[in-house]
Write a protein that binds this ligand. Structure first.
Ligand code: CAA
Length: 388
């Protein structure tokens, strides 16, 4: 990547980025194709990422994290995602969708119990909002959390839970007062071994195949009332606040995929010859590469901007939904565009499983779908600009 001088990268940022790059290139790149092929979860490398402090980058050290800022987080995540988008999403969900919400909304006791093991990378965290009949329209969930003395009893089905098959802890959103619609949603912290919680089969996916995704079923799953995150009825706001952080993570995952695809295409264009010269010398290919590079750098600027907005929001408890949604929208569509062009530049070889370009192409697509589709990002941006 380019060191853009307008962004204040400290020595600490550069050290973390270089450590992530070194680890990713040495330990993830060599195994990425195999894990994509088998669809196995890469337990060993995820564990090492935890030991290196990558699983709770913005979490204070007293809760097991690395105590760094939002820019540090995207710098490290970009390097991991460039090596493999599956490792990237596990890191993103753990940092943003799980840890971030508990740090912001959790009690001191909850932070000790539910944040420290996950931020330190000893355990894996997951986030569970979507249901079979409610994806984009997240406020219409059917699952129910009923208060019963000092407990809540959870019932319902959740879908598309990233890291669901392997997670030790979940943050789960359920309706505790259906009459109040979004204002009746509450958030709960649920250990993965709680009786009444079962995990469905692992979803067979087009891309990010080494990450693990499944449904969750809650059948009279009883948890102590002290596991409620935030106030009763505050769950939808928590889910949305956390998704703003998550969307910066997915934008960064998309940036990593785009960079890997671009670099493969750039190198191929300098080596592959046709009609007596390297194909990059043909304007048709050179201009493709120019557009790819420009969109990648524009994505990076939107992502760094969103990271700095997130950092500012920590001081004034503000929102950065606009910056996060713009970064996710642009970076995910850029990843798809760049991966598509990279396959085209490679010709037949781009379609072959012998090179990683086809994997980048398959991995890129999900970034336009999860944590809010491109259509939802456009809805969020236009509502913030025009009003609802
Ligand atoms: N931060 C804080 N509060 C927010 C907020 C945010 N980003 N967005 C909305 N809210 C608040 C609103 O202010 C409002 O509160 P008030 O009534 O007090 O004003 C309340 O939440 C309801 O907001 P809306 O009226 O805007 O709600 P809506 O029903 O119209 O939905 C939406 C808004 C943007 C479409 C939202 O439903 C949404 O983001 N949908 C997409 C869901 C999504 O991204 N799902 C992905 C799940 S995770 C995943 O993909 C799997 C995985 O494991 C990675």
């Amino acid at each position: 990547m380019t060191d853009l001088p307008i962004y204040p990268l400290t020595e600490e940022h550069k050290m973390l980025r270089d450590a992530a790059r070194d680890f990713a290139q040495k330990e993830i790149v060599p195994i990425a194709a195999e894990y994509d092929e088998t669809g196995e979860f890469p337990h060993a490398t995820i564990k090492k990422m935890g030991e290196l402090g990558f699983m709770g980058i913005e979490i204070p050290e007293r809760y097991g994290g690395a105590g760094m800022d939002a820019l540090a987080y995207v710098l490290a995540l970009e390097e991991i995602s460039k090596a493999d988008a599956s490792h990237g999403v596990v890191m993103s969900v753990n940092n943003s969708l799980y840890c971030h919400g508990i740090l912001k909304f959790g009690t001191e006791e909850q932070k000790k119990k539910f944040l420290t093991p996950i931020a330190s990378g000893k355990s894996v965290g997951a986030y569970s909002l979507t249901e079979p009949q409610s994806g984009s329209d997240a406020g219409t969930m059917k699952s129910r959390a009923a208060r019963d003395g000092d407990s809540y009893v959870l019932n319902g089905r959740k879908s598309w839970v990233t890291s669901g098959p392997v997670a030790d802890y979940f943050v789960v959103f359920m309706m505790s007062d259906p009459a109040k619609k979004q204002k009746g949603v509450s958030a709960f912290l649920v250990p993965g071994n709680t009786p009444g919680l079962t995990r469905g089969k692992k979803e067979p996916k087009l891309g990010i195949r080494a990450s693990a995704t499944c449904e969750l079923t809650f059948e009279d799953c009883r948890i102590p009332a002290e596991n409620r995150l935030g106030e009763e009825g505050e769950g939808f706001k928590i889910a949305m606040t956390v998704l703003d952080a998550g969307r910066i993570g997915i934008a960064t995952q998309a940036l990593g995929i785009a960079e890997a695809a671009y670099e493969a295409a750039r190198q191929y264009a300098t080596q592959r010859e046709a009609f007596g010269q390297p194909i990059g010398q043909f304007q048709g290919t050179g201009f493709k590469l120019a557009d790819m590079k420009t969109r990648i750098e524009a994505s990076r600027l939107l992502i760094y901007n969103a990271a700095l907005a997130k950092e500012k929001a920590k001081e004034n408890d503000g929102r950065y939904s606009l910056e996060a949604s713009m970064a996710k929208l642009f970076a995910s569509e850029t990843a798809m565009y760049v991966a598509h062009q990279a396959v085209q530049i490679h010709g037949g070889m781009g379609y072959s499983r012998e090179l990683p370009v086809e994997r980048y192409f398959r991995d890129a697509k999900i970034t336009e779908i999860y944590e809010g589709t491109s259509e939802i990002q456009r809805l969020v941006i236009s509502r913030l600009e025009l009003g609802k």
